[in-house]
Design a protein around this ligand. Structure first.
Ligand code: HEM
Length: 439
C-alpha cells in the first residue's frame, strides 16, 4: 500500500535516521542514556548505509516529521521522481530568500542575484536555456585535452609532499589539488590561487542566511562579488579554448547575459573545489579498505579503469541526497506525495539498493552496467562527471601504486559530520621519508 503523509508517524531512531539522536546530540544536558543515542548518531554519520538498508526494506518512501520531508531510499522511486515533470528545483531557493528580511537581503545583493540563477536552482525552461553553456564548455573533447595537464599537476603536488615526514592528506593535497586543476581548466592565473581559495571557502560557507551573523553574510557577499569581478576581467583576456572562454563565447552566441556565464563559472570552481576532494578521499578510503578489490583493479601498477572509479563512486558517494519540492501530486511506487511537499532523494541509499545492484555492500570487479546515482540523474546530471572521473583516476592510480608516496591507514580518516554529503575532513599520513625510516 502506498504511503501518504497523513498515514505516518515518527517511528523512532531506527527508521528515522537517528533524528531523535541528533536532537539529543544537540542537547547540552546529556544524560548517560542520551550519550548512547548521540553516539548512535555519530556511528550513523560514519556509516549510514545500514540505516538506509533498514529504511528501504521497511519504508522506501518515508515521511519524516523531523525533517519535514519525504526520505526516498529505493533506486526505482528516486529515478521515477527525478524523471517526473512534477518536481521543482527553484522552490527551495526561492523560499530561502522569501523569508529573508529586507535588511539582510541588502547585505548580500550579489548573492541574491546569482544564487537563484545557479543551474541546480532552475526549473525546466530556464535550465534548458543555460545548461548548454556548461555542456559546451566541458565537452568530451575539451576535457580530454586536460589530461596531460592534470597528470603534471598531480605528479608535482604528490612529489612535493612525499618528502615530508607527516602531513594531512586532506588539507595538504585533496584541497589544493582540485583548486590548481580548476584554475588551469578555467584558464585563470595560478598566482590567484590563494585568493580563489579564500573566496571559495566563504562562498561555500553557511547558507542559512537568516541565522548567519552579519559578518558572515558580508564575507560571502564580498567573496561572490570578488570572484565575479575576477572572472569578468579574465573573460576579456581569455585565450580561445579555456572553459571560461568557452562559457563566455557560448553565452554571446546565444544572446545570454555575460553574468549568467560568470555565475556558471563560479559554480564550476566552487562545485569542483568541494566535491572533488571528498570524492577522491572516499574513493581512496574504500579502495584501501578492500585490498582484494584494489589488487584486482590495479594489477600492481596502480592504473584504475573508469569502470573501477564508477564502482568506487557507487559504493560511497559525496552527495548522499538531493532536495526537491513536489510541484504537483507525485505518485511513485511507494508513496503519494502531495504538492508543495519536500522530498529528499537519498541517492546514497539508491546506490546500495539490492533490487538494482547485486551484493550492493561490496565493491565488485565485474558489475553489470547499471547507472549509479553519484552524479545525479536526469536533466541536472553533473556536467563535471567526465572531468571528475579523470581526476579521480589519475590521483587514485598514483596513491594506490605499488610504490605509494605515503603511508596511509584508512582507519585514520576523520569523516565529515554531515547527513547530506559524505567526505573526509582530515586524514593524517606519513610521507615517503618516514616510510623509508629517514626521519
Ligand atoms: C566526483 C565529484 C563530483 C560529484 C560526486 C558531483 C556530484 C553532483 C551531483 C549529484 C549533481 C546533481 C545535483 C542535483 O541533482 O541536485 C551535480 C551537479 C553539478 N555539478 Fe557535480 N559533482 C562532482 C564534480 C563536479 C565538477 C568537477 C564540476 C565542475 C567542473 C561539477 C559541477 C556541477 C554543476 C555545475 C552541477 C549543476 C548541474 C545542473 O544543475 O544542471 N561537479 N554534481
Amino acid at each position: 500500500m502506498k504511503q501518504e503523509k497523513s498515514d505516518v508517524q515518527d517511528v523512532g531512531p531506527e527508521t528515522e535516521f537517528g533524528v531523535r539522536a541528533r536532537a539529543l546530540f544537540r542537547d547540552m544536558t546529556l544524560s548517560a542514556q542520551k550519550i548512547t543515542r548521540a553516539t548512535d548518531y555519530d556511528a550513523f554519520l560514519d556509516d549510514p548505509y545500514g540505516a538506509y538498508s533498514k529504511l528501504r526494506a521497511t519504508n522506501p518512501a518515508y515521511w519524516s516529521p523531523g525533517r519535514n520531508a519525504w526520505l526516498v531510499t529505493s533506486y526505482e522511486d528516486i529515478t521515477d521522481i527525478e524523471r517526473s515533470s512534477a518536481i521543482s528545483f527553484s522552490e527551495r531557493c526561492q523560499s530561502r530568500f522569501a523569508l529573508l528580511s529586507q535588511r539582510r537581503r541588502a547585505l548580500i545583493p550579489t548573492v541574491c542575484q546569482y544564487l537563484p540563477r545557479h543551474l541546480g536552482h532552475l526549473d525546466a525552461d530556464d535550465h534548458s536555456q543555460l545548461r548548454p553553456l556548461i555542456d559546451v564548455a566541458l565537452s568530451p573533447s575539451r576535457v580530454r585535452r586536460f589530461e596531460p595537464m592534470i597528470r603534471r599537476i598531480v605528479a608535482a603536488q604528490i612529489d612535493a609532499l612525499s618528502s615530508r615526514s607527516e602531513l594531512d592528506l586532506v588539507e595538504d593535497l585533496f584541497v589544493p589539488l582540485p583548486l590548481s586543476i580548476m584554475i588551469d581548466v578555467l584558464g585563470l592565473d595560478a598566482a590567484d590561487a590563494p585568493q580563489l581559495d579564500a573566496w571559495s571557502r566563504r562562498i561555500l560557507g553557511p547558507f542559512d542566511f537568516e541565522a548567519a551573523p552579519d559578518v558572515v553574510l558580508c564575507e560571502k557577499e564580498a567573496a561572490t562579488a570578488g570572484m565575479a569581478s575576477k572572472f569578468r576581467e579574465a573573460l576579456k583576456t581569455q585565450k580561445a579554448d579555456g572553459v571560461l572562454w568557452a562559457l563566455g563565447n557560448a553565452a554571446a552566441e546565444a544572446n545570454i547575459p555575460e553574468d549568467d556565464a560568470i555565475c556558471i563559472a563560479i559554480q564550476i570552481l566552487t562545485g569542483a573545489y568541494e566535491s572533488l576532494r571528498h570524492a577522491v578521499a572516499l574513493g581512496l578510503h574504500a579502495a584501501l579498505g578492500n585490498p582484494a578489490w584494489t589488487a584486482a583493479n590495479t594489477q600492481g601498477d596502480g592504473a584504475l579503469s573508469d569502470a573501477a572509479i564508477d564502482e568506487l563512486l557507487r559504493f560511497d558517494s559525496v552527495v548522499q541526497r538531493v532536495t526537491r519540492t513536489a510541484s504537483q501530486t507525485i505518485e511513485c511506487q511507494s508513496a503519494v506525495i502531495a504538492r508543495n511537499e519536500r522530498i529528499f532523494l537519498v541517492t546514497g541509499a539508491g546506490n546500495r539498493d539490492p533490487a538494482c545492484f547485486n551484493a550492493p555492500d561490496t565493491l565488485s570487479t565485474n558489475r553489470p552496467p547499471q547507472p549509479h546515482l553519484a552524479f545525479g540523474i536526469g536533466r541536472h546530471y553533473c556536467p563535471g562527471a567526465r572531468l571528475a572521473r579523470m581526476v579521480m583516476r589519475i590521483v587514485l592510480s598514483r596513491l594506490l601504486a605499488a610504490d605509494p608516496p605515503f603511508v596511509i591507514d584508512p582507519n585514520d580518516a576523520i569523516f565529515l559530520r554531515s547527513e547530506a554529503n559524505r567526505g573526509v575532513q582530515a586524514w593524517p599520513v606519513r610521507g615517503r621519508v618516514a616510510r623509508q625510516g629517514g626521519l
